[in-house]
Design a protein around this ligand. Structure first.
Ligand SMILES: [Fe+2]
Ligand SMILES: [Fe+2]
Length: 266
């Protein structure tokens, strides 16, 4: 018998030593957690804290993106057989990227997708490259992210494009089911308006080619080497959350107007 049980008032609940320790432990743990949270808020600079929160939130979107099944993908493809915005000028779609932030991309944080596009263009310019296909890809590859301006869930728009099925070796990427996202969206809108290799680049710009190696057809391999690898270099490596790119947008508006003189169904 423990001392507390001897000294307890008759009729009142008895607080045994073990229960009391448990209670005190609980209070201390709660206090510790609260103090820890307080210390975290006090000691971690606000900028760092916001960065961590941004990444945490982005990861939760990516987690949901990875839960897509072949049925989800089929449903989303069917959903987007219908136009979302109706007829749209391609340049207007590109400008809408100024309103879009990729919450899963901590290389860019809150920098808009139009800033990202300009950073890619600036990188291409810096290397003196004037490849029409590469410039058009830089301008439109992420236009599928304008879905962020609708009520679509971010996990159905953002994140990389991973495969969720296999195919016989060498069968070709069009035999593999991929997660639905902005790559598939932009492909579906532009495939009838651009050459096949460019449509291919738009569709697979966010894929991990190392994982896809066994499934590539000879054509996929050629497109990867000729278009995706050079494009990736600029798409991935020019990202910065604090670099304001200096490019002449008017020049690129002309390029887009000349390439897509008519509005497209988006
Ligand atoms: Fe992308
Ligand atoms: Fe991009």
């Amino acid at each position: 018998m423990e001392i507390e049980e001897l000294t307890a008032t008759p009729g009142k609940p008895v607080l045994t030593g073990r229960r009391r320790d448990f209670l005190i432990g609980g209070i201390l743990a709660l206090g510790g957690a609260a103090a820890g949270a307080l210390a975290y808020r006090e000691l971690v600079p606000p900028e760092k804290r916001r960065a961590r929160e941004f990444v945490h939130h982005g990861n939760s979107i990516i987690e949901k993106h990875y839960q897509q099944s072949t049925a989800t993908v089929a449903a989303l493809k069917a959903k987007y057989e219908t136009a979302v915005f109706g007829k749209a000028r391609v340049w207007d779609l590109i400008e809408k990227l100024a309103l879009c932030v990729d919450e899963t991309d901590s290389s860019l944080y809150c920098a808009s997708q139009l800033i990202h596009v300009q950073q890619v263009l600036e990188g291409i310019e810096r290397d003196g490259i004037q490849d029409h296909d590469l410039l058009i890809a830089a301008l439109i590859h992420d236009v599928g992210k304008v879905l962020l301006l609708t009520d679509e869930l971010p996990e159905n728009i953002l994140g990389a494009t991973a495969r969720i099925s296999e195919a016989p070796h060498g069968a070709g990427l069009d035999q593999v089911v991929f997660q639905f996202g902005h790559g598939e969206m932009v492909y579906s809108r532009f495939k009838d308006h651009v050459p096949e290799h460019l449509a291919w680049l738009l569709r697979y710009h966010g894929t991990d080619m190392a994982d896809l190696e066994p499934f590539l057809s000879e054509k996929d391999r050629q497109y990867r080497d000729r278009y995706l690898i050079p494009f990736h270099k600029y798409d991935v490596n020019t990202k910065s959350y604090n670099h304001l790119p200096k490019v002449q947008l008017a020049k690129y508006r002309d390029l887009i107007e000349n390439t897509f003189p008519q509005p497209i169904l988006f």
